[in-house]
Design a protein around this ligand. Structure first.
Ligand code: KDG
Ligand code: MG
Length: 409
């Protein structure tokens, strides 16, 4: 059997997605996700111009060899664009292998280690009342773990607060990237944030009790000592995790955070390879791996980092925002179901237009996700529907401090 064609599909049902479709000479198709939020066309061009021409004629069953061929063979390794392109090929090949075997991918990875995948949903609000309402809505939908993001007095528009108007006037509900020719600019004040967030968690614990798992994303904005201070102040509220407390390129900075707080840490949604995690894992500086199959080289690479993490009692907390397409999302659900060291899965829910383009088998029941039992990854693309949503330029926002200095967004 051989790969006969590799096509790149760019579509924008509410937001942009880059999808790779591989077809074999036996007519079996496989899908992969290469969406890089705000840089989609770079991933599409890398795939279309540099990767797609290498694939026809290759044996679709040789997943590991193809992964190494694209990673080592490029010489210029790593980086989000390269690794998203490799991820798309890898997912499409697992999809094909599953369809040929007549088995869902999780079965090929060793079979299910659990019945379903604990998910967390995103609650947020402009006010305490709004936040509580959002948490209640999520609980009514069945979620058993909740991420809490909140506005901060003095900061106008803030990451993760749905329904808060962005500088562009759009709402944040599904997607922080604003459509337009320039990124919107938001403001940021670390001291105000660190003062405010613990008061919010105190109120949430009083209202919702001690048992509900609560998560929070600091979105890379703190220095190590600021992160240590926030982690310490949040200890009384027993968070499931504090996410991306620092920009973790500097892995050893996490030593300082760890020395000061027992709040569990989750890191790595912007990481691309196992090397980005090496020190964090071997020194047990984190508790959860935040990688997404889409940005980390696919199912093959995600499985490997989780097996490495298992040696250090570190669990999964894969990145599941709307910019991971339904294909990438389902791909990592298969990994989550198969590995032993599963932790939790972020689930942000795709929009109706997105669901009209990507037909899924994935389910959320009683707060637990399952990728379904369709052969392969379990997602198909309606190419006609996709063509009805042409690419639209969109950028993630940037952040500036009061004096105008650009800060991590
Ligand atoms: O594209 C950027 C988003 O994926 C990111 O801002 C979402 O931090 C995020 C999260 O935890 O879902
Ligand atoms: Mg995050």
């Amino acid at each position: 059997m051989k790969i006969s064609s590799a096509e790149v599909i760019v579509t924008s049902p509410t937001r942009n997605f880059v999808t790779l479709k591989l077809t074999t000479d036996a007519g079996v198709t496989g899908l992969g996700d290469a969406t890089v939020n705000g840089r989609e066309l770079a991933a599409a061009a890398y795939l279309r111009d540099h990767v797609a021409p290498l694939l026809p004629g290759r044996d679709p069953h040789q997943i590991e060899d193809t992964w190494q061929y694209l990673y080592r063979g490029a010489y210029w390794r790593r980086g989000p664009i390269t690794m998203a392109a490799i991820a798309a090929v890898d997912m499409a090949l697992w999809d094909i292998k599953g369809k040929i075997a007549g088995l869902p991918v999780y079965q090929l990875l060793g079979g299910a280690s659990r019945n379903g995948l604990l998910a967390y949903g995103h609650a947020s609000g402009n006010s305490q009342a709004g936040l509580f309402e959002s948490i209640h809505e999520h609980l009514e939908k069945g979620y058993r773990a909740i991420r809490v993001q909140t506005s901060v007095p003095g900061i106008r528009a803030l990451y993760g607060v749905a329904a808060q108007p962005q500088a562009s006037g759009e709402r944040y509900d599904y997607e922080p990237a604003g459509r337009g020719v320039l990124p919107v600019e938001e403001d940021w004040d670390t001291a105000a944030y660190i003062r405010h967030v613990p008061t919010v968690f105190e109120a949430v614990r009083q209202e919702f009790g001690d048992e509900l798992p609560l998560l929070h994303d600091a979105h890379h904005r703190l220095t190590p000592i600021e992160a240590a201070k926030l982690g310490k102040r949040l200890e009384p509220y027993d968070l499931f995790w504090l996410e991306d407390c620092t920009p973790a390129e500097n892995q050893q900075a996490l030593r300082l955070v760890r020395q000061h707080t027992t709040t569990p840490l989750a890191i790595g949604e912007v990481f691309n390879t196992v090397w980005d995690y090496q020190q964090l894992i071997t020194e047990q500086l984190i508790d959860y791996v935040r990688a997404a199959a889409t940005h980390f080289g696919g199912i093959t690479a995600l499985r490997k980092v989780m097996d490495f993490a298992a040696l250090y009692q570190i669990r999964s907390g894969f990145h599941g925002p709307t910019d991971v397409s339904p294909v990438g999302f389902a791909a990592q659900l298969h990994v989550g179901l198969a590995i032993h060291n599963y932790g939790i899965q972020e689930y942000m829910e795709h929009s109706e237009p997105t669901n009209s383009v990507f037909r899924q088998n994935m389910t959320l029941k009683d707060g637990y996700l399952h990728p379904g039992d369709a052969p392969g990854i379990g997602v198909e693309i309606d190419e006609q529907a996709a063509a009805g949503f042409p690419y639209q330029s969109a950028y993630l926002p940037v952040s500036r401090l009061r004096d105008g200095t650009l800060h991590d967004w």
